[in-house]
Write a protein that binds this ligand. Structure first.
Ligand code: SF4
Length: 289
């Protein structure tokens, strides 16, 4: 079900420092996600989303953003792509992300987009304009295998399409890379998978790959994931239960070896393993506000 809501605010301050992406603000234009990845953390009870397949569109988002941007005097990176995908299929028609990027470009803020969709290429013109300040697009890729991705991320475009999207944006001068997380234990934790993702991302113009060697699991998210494992990979739930019990942080069993492999392939290809972020304002600059 898709419905509209009126939001109260659209930019939230991110607790500093953000070690992954250097974000200062987060912006969520939708709530819920059509990509329906079976491992999605946003199903956790703490986020208060009763039915994650119901999509809420923040109908007044652009109006709010245009009001809030001039009031944010510290120019810091605006991140979008947590708890929803800003380029889920609905965006093709609603164009909230595009219109938000246009407002961000006018106010000269830096931006970081995380997505699993090549629909982002539609906005290459706006993103390459924002690149004069700072724009980065990170494609989430957890497996190099299109058929496995179709089972794990049933509503998202194939990995091959994501990589073609990355190549197109890179060709337009936009900073692009990969968010290689989660890596699902017993499904994606092979050296072959890691090597294939790094190699293909490099060919597509990625400048960085940010990994996490495992996944998180809690309450409703775990229940949903295990139910999906029962349908898609019968017998696998038992291995998870034996290895992880009630643990939140579930590292892949061979994390050390996999990380060594990852670092070595990235070094061979000159890929950064941390994201080049927009510089945080100095204490001196902050004191001016
Ligand atoms: S694309 Fe991201 S937010 Fe959407 S279902 Fe997948 S993991 Fe969740």
């Amino acid at each position: 079900m898709i419905s509209e809501i009126a939001a109260k605010t659209i930019l939230s301050a991110v607790p500093q420092p953000d070690p992954w992406f250097g974000l200062r603000y987060s912006m969520n234009l939708y709530r819920g996600c059509q990509h329906q990845c079976i491992y999605c953390d946003s199903r956790s009870t703490c986020y208060g989303i009763e039915n994650f397949s119901d999509i809420l569109v923040k109908a007044n988002a652009i109006e709010l953003l245009r009001r809030e941007l001039p009031r944010r005097r510290v120019k810091g990176t605006i991140g979008t792509g947590s708890m929803h995908d800003p380029y889920m299929p609905l965006e093709a028609e609603r164009r909230l992300t595009r219109r938000a990027l246009e407002a961000i470009a006018e106010h000269r803020f830096p931006v970081h987009v995380i997505t699993k969709s090549d629909l982002v290429v539609r906005d290459a013109d706006v993103l390459s304009g924002i690149s004069a300040v700072y724009a980065a697009v990170s494609f989430t890729i957890t497996t190099a295998d299109d058929s496995l991705a179709a089972r794990l991320e049933p509503g998202a475009p194939s990995v091959s399409r994501r990589l073609r999207g990355m190549e197109a944006l890179s060709g337009r001068g936009v900073l692009v890379g990969v968010v290689l997380m989660p890596i699902l234990p017993f499904l994606e934790d092979t050296e072959g998978n890691i090597r294939a993702i790094v190699t293909r991302a490099h060919q597509a113009g990625a400048a960085y790959i940010v990994p996490a060697f495992g996944m998180t699991l809690r309450d409703r998210q775990r229940d949903y994931y295990y139910a999906q494992l029962d349908c898609l990979f019968p017998g696998l739930r038992k291995r998870y239960e034996q290895r992880f019990g009630d643990r939140y942080s579930c590292g892949v069993p061979n994390a050390h070896r996999l990380e060594e492999c990852f670092r070595s392939v990235c070094a061979d290809r000159g890929l950064a393993i941390r994201m080049p972020v927009y510089p945080a304002p100095s204490a001196e600059q902050l004191s001016l506000f």
